[in-house]
Ligand binder design. Structure first.
Ligand code: ZN
Length: 389
């Protein structure tokens, strides 16, 4: 197997404290040796082993590829007017998710697949090498299964979110919709997904419904995750911890008991600052979670309604500026934190044996991701040992 050495990395984030300084395992003047799709060696350039090919990073910083553990990319249509109305202070009628459901149902398979490919390529150019995405804009048996089949053509991290909202077709019969989501729709969707998710929120699904949905999914071999405590206080976070969800996502409105549950459980708190930015909402309190000992991930929540960004660097800048995370905490949460939110150990770090996913920055340090907000710093991306950007 041929090897490639990426040498003269000005500073390298490994996320392995045994390899370098601090929790992010920072190494100055580093080299990464790649064999096949894996990292074979990481350390100071002065002691690097020989490799077949040498690629000089020229002092640029390198980080593990971002792990974006929460997105909604299988959609049709566009919600520019809704965003424009919201940002113009005008009241807008509650079209919301239903607008996208109608457009998604009307789109062809080819259109939906091309849309997923477009936004995944956009994310890759910004350093994202692992991407989760969900269904949730079909809300019929056929349309949800179709969304998952299409998503599975682009990523291994596919989530069944038939329980995004109660389908407009069941507006008068939410119990009937839960029966569909946990019955025939689950039967059709489980073969195409790894995860099951539910939007536990007033106006979507309450705690009892969310419990029934996640439990049914677990019985079919799907792993749970949950949209929890985004718009209001509620049972979502503690339900997620109780059911051993890999992640509770949003976590904007938390009681002390919610924070304690996250700190003591196995469930990652995934924060999605693009959503608060795009809806002018209150920020989640990352500092409170970190100080309590919870594991925090950062993700884009890329979707056409409430957070239409695919940029992990943008989320890092928001997390540092407005959520009081340090730059080191934010880079960890956008890489290793996202990996933990997907229960993955092969990505989100640069250690021997991990997948060779890394991004090079046109900057000497990862801190520039927050220090230089809005600047396209990602100049090179390697995914599974192959240069992709
Ligand atoms: Zn979401």
């Amino acid at each position: 197997m041929s090897s490639t050495a990426i040498t003269h990395i000005g500073s390298l984030v490994t996320n392995d404290p045994s390899l370098g300084a601090g929790p992010i395992g920072l190494i100055e003047d580093a080299t990464v040796v790649i064999e096949g799709d894996r990292v074979a060696w990481v350390g100071p350039s002065g002691s690097a082993p020989a490799a077949d090919t040498v690629h000089d990073a020229g002092g640029r910083a390198a980080i593990p590829g971002f792990v974006d553990s929460h997105s909604h990319l299988v959609f049709g249509g566009d919600r520019t007017q809704e965003f424009n109305a919201r940002m113009s202070g005008r009241a807008y009628s509650a079209g919301g998710i239903r607008t996208t459901v109608a457009a998604t149902r009307a789109a062809t398979d080819e259109e939906l697949s091309a849309n997923v490919a477009h936004y995944m390529a956009e994310a890759l150019r910004q350093g994202t090498t692992t991407f989760e995405t969900k269904s949730g804009y079909g809300l019929t048996v056929e349309d949800e299964a179709r969304a998952l089949r299409i998503a599975a053509g682009h990523t291994d991290e596919v989530t069944y979110l038939g329980a995004h909202i109660v389908s407009p077709d069941y507006a008068e019969d939410p119990a009937g919709y839960v029966a569909l989501v946990t019955g025939p729709m689950l039967d059709a969707c489980a073969p195409h997904a790894r995860w099951i998710d539910v939007f536990c929120e007033k106006g979507a699904f309450d705690g009892d419904q969310a419990r029934a949905i996640l439990t049914a999914g677990k019985e079919r071999g799907l792993l749970p995750r949950i949209h929890a405590n985004q718009l209001s206080y509620g049972p979502g976070v503690q339900l997620g911890v109780e059911l051993d969800a890999a992640s509770a996502d949003h976590c904007t409105h938390l009681t002390d008991a919610d924070v304690d549950a996250l700190a003591q459980g196995n469930t990652v708190a995934t924060l999605l600052p693009g959503a608060e930015f795009s809806t002018r909402a209150e920020w989640p309190d990352a500092r409170r979670l970190l100080d309590a000992g919870a594991t925090v991930a950062l993700s884009t929540d890329c979707n056409p309604g409430s957070s239409f960004t695919s940029s992990m660097p943008f989320c890092i800048a928001l997390a540092v500026r407005d959520m009081k995370m340090t730059p080191d905490e934010a880079i960890w949460s956008a890489t290793a934190g996202g990996a933990q939110a997907l229960r993955r150990t092969d990505v989100g770090r640069l250690t021997p044996g991990s997948r060779a996913d890394l991004a090079l920055l046109d900057a000497p340090s990862h801190v520039h991701l927050a220090y230089r907000p809005g600047v396209p710093l990602i100049t090179e991306v390697w995914r599974a040992g192959v240069r992709a950007v």
